[in-house]
Design a protein around this ligand. Structure first.
Ligand SMILES: NC(=O)c1ccc[n+]([C@@H]2O[C@H](COP(=O)([O-])OP(=O)(O)OC[C@H]3O[C@@H](n4cnc5c(N)ncnc54)[C@H](OP(=O)(O)O)[C@@H]3O)[C@@H](O)[C@H]2O)c1
Length: 285
């Protein structure tokens, strides 16, 4: 893996929490790594983790990062799964982003379609998580209104930390009871059956889950983007073309005004581009 941007000797260019002014796009002066002799070797999980640190957060602050993969022509899945777009380096980044997170927020359709399991405790992140005061694995937080989820699967019956279910107060009561019986912690984030996406980061932060990672899918991510609560997008551009009619990585109503993001870093391995963009927060007029 090699760093294409910024060209600096310092691989740890973590963004700062909720900046109020437009960031500078200029690369800091440093030693270009592109031509370095070992610039294309496989990075350790530790090195990738250094490159993807969350910004320092105050006790009440949350940071919602998304991690998605897209084909060159913009598809978010092929044959109903993201795996055909992914590759070895993408899976390493995926694992590292989980290893850094307090909670992984995911839409119910992705859970159903990709057969989500509980997050693993991985030795590579044990010391880092302990030092950061995190449990050994992130909690998976499933967003659903209908709660048509299989509560007999390990995601609910056998997680290392209890799986969360984010839903609305109007969700089917018998399914709510079923989720609780299965051991899930149910968080109500809406008056009807739906979750208000704008409430999700704060609700999780109240439980100490401030370093947040959403893995989509596109319909959920579209809502986070539209609600203006997406702080960071880690988008893998896969060197594959799929054509067809798959959704893009956000699938929902258009934003009234397109949201601006600024490039934090760009890594490359085997033709895959690992982009990391941070939302530009404008200071109030
Ligand atoms: N390219 C990538 O990186 C990537 C990442 C993840 C997934 N995927 C792919 O994307 C596809 C699935 O994505 P998707 O967009 O169809 O679905 P999704 O976003 O994963 O899940 C949609 C479901 O989430 C629940 N949901 C979403 N917003 C909600 C809200 N505001 N309140 C309550 N519940 C809400 C609903 O569940 P209920 O129906 O239970 O109410 C809804 O049906 C799969 O093919 C998967 O492989 C790709």
């Amino acid at each position: 893996m090699r760093r294409l941007f910024p060209l600096t000797a310092d691989p740890t260019s973590a963004p700062t929490a909720r900046p109020t002014s437009a960031p500078t796009a200029a690369a800091p002066a440093g030693v270009p790594l592109l031509g370095a002799p070992d610039s294309d070797r496989e990075w350790s999980l530790e090195e990738i983790a250094e490159a993807y640190g969350y910004p320092p957060l105050g006790p009440d602050e949350a940071w919602l990062r998304a991690n998605m993969v897209s084909s060159l022509d913009g598809a978010a899945y092929h044959d109903g799964a993201s795996q055909p777009l992914s590759g070895a380096a993408d899976m390493r980044v995926f694992g590292v982003l989980r290893g850094l997170a307090d909670a992984v927020v995911v839409g119910a359709q992705t859970v159903r379609q990709e057969g989500y399991r509980p997050a693993r405790a991985r030795d590579a992140f044990r010391a880092r998580r302990k030092a950061a005061g995190q449990p050994i694995a992130p909690a998976i937080a499933v967003v659903s209104s209908g709660l048509e989820l299989d509560f007999d699967t390990p995601l609910f019956t056998d997680p290392l930390v209890p799986t969360l279910v984010l839903t609305g107060a109007g969700a089917p009561p018998e399914r709510l009871a079923r989720a609780r019986r299965a051991g899930a912690e149910v968080l109500l984030a809406g008056e009807g059956a739906a979750v208000d996406p704008a409430r999700v980061p704060g609700l999780l932060a109240e439980r100490g889950l401030r370093r947040q990672l959403t893995e989509g899918g596109p319909r959920l991510l579209g809502q986070f983007a539209a609600a203006g609560v997406l702080d960071e997008l880690c988008l893998t551009v896969s060197p594959r073309v799929t054509s067809g009619h798959a959704a893009r990585i956000t699938d929902g109503p258009a934003l009234e005004v397109p949201a601006d993001f600024t490039l934090e870093s760009l890594l490359e391995e085997s033709g895959f581009l690992f982009t990391r963009y941070r939302k530009v927060r404008r200071s109030p007029e």
